[in-house]
Design a protein around this ligand. Structure first.
Ligand code: SF4
Length: 273
């Protein structure tokens, strides 16, 4: 595996201080992301809205499962304040799954995006959303907030969905991506994690499905097991295999491709856009 860049402690501490000051959560911390030092030291973070308790229990994810609190109406303001203080010009907003809410949290997403966009047009906002149970109304709500990137991660191949994302549905995720692409509002991005036991042909088939759904930006990374209770790592892919997949994806017609062991959908998001 490649080395993770050396952290700049002061910058990391500052980012953490600001996140704490505004009582926000980041997926970087909650998911134990291996890029945290690099991202925080460059002032990048991916905000996790709608709390840090998820209604689903994906087998690769370190975020806690349980009964979440109701959405906090002050979150869009706190988020905006943090974006300003961190001097971010590209912000990635994601959330836990909120299957407990009637709109699956889509209107809260919209409020967060609109609050930032209406106050500072120079900030680009990327949303990385759950599947919102495929609810058309929820997808329309997020699209209507006009983010600069619409993202939803497929994460794994169709055959492994049941064991890796038991409450997810491969076809439903493709439907979400297709709806985002058909809206024409923003480029559509998706991410795939490797190492769950998928076959090479299944990876290529998933990439084809994503392309057909209208995805133009693709991120492929290696799955790293957050704890012994999570899905085991079945295979560690080599740098050469990631490079091969990058070339294949570009040949398939994806416009932007990031394929590296430590690539995550929010990693180098600004540069990818
Ligand atoms: S790659 Fe994404 S989740 Fe990981 S630290 Fe960077 S911004 Fe956070």
């Amino acid at each position: 595996m490649p080395l993770v860049k050396a952290p700049h402690k002061e910058l990391i501490d500052r980012t953490l201080r600001i996140i704490k000051k505004y009582s926000l959560h980041t997926v970087c911390e909650e998911s134990l992301c291996p890029n945290l030092s690099e991202c925080f030291s460059s002032g990048t973070a991916t905000f996790l809205i709608l709390g840090k308790v998820c209604t689903r229990a994906c087998k690769y994810c370190h975020v806690a499962t349980g009964k979440p609190q109701p959405p906090d109406p002050s979150e869009p303001v706190r988020l905006y304040m943090a974006v300003k203080e961190l001097r971010l010009n590209h912000v990635v907003i994601t959330s836990v799954d909120r299957d407990d809410l009637e709109d699956c949290g889509s209107s809260h997403f919209k409020r967060c995006v609109e609050f930032i966009r209406s106050r500072d047009e120079s900030v680009r906002v990327e949303v990385l959303t759950p599947d919102f149970k495929g609810l058309e109304k929820a997808l329309e709500t997020v699209v209507s907030s006009c983010p600069h990137v619409l993202a939803h991660n497929i994460e794994t191949v169709e055959r492994l969905f049941r064991s890796v994302r038991p409450q997810g549905d491969y076809r439903r995720s493709l439907k979400v991506l297709k709806a985002y692409a058909e809206s024409g509002v923003a480029p559509v991005k998706s991410g795939l994690m490797l190492g769950f036991g998928e076959r090479w042909e299944e990876i290529l088939k998933t990439m084809e499905d994503l392309k057909k759904a209208g995805v133009s930006m693709l991120v492929i990374g290696q799955y790293l097991r957050p704890s012994g209770l999570h899905h085991p790592i079945v295979k560690i892919y080599s740098e050469e295999e990631f490079e091969r997949l990058r070339e294949i994806a570009l040949d398939m017609g994806f416009k932007k491709v990031l394929s590296k062991p430590l690539a995550r959908s929010s990693y180098h998001a600004k540069e990818l856009l």
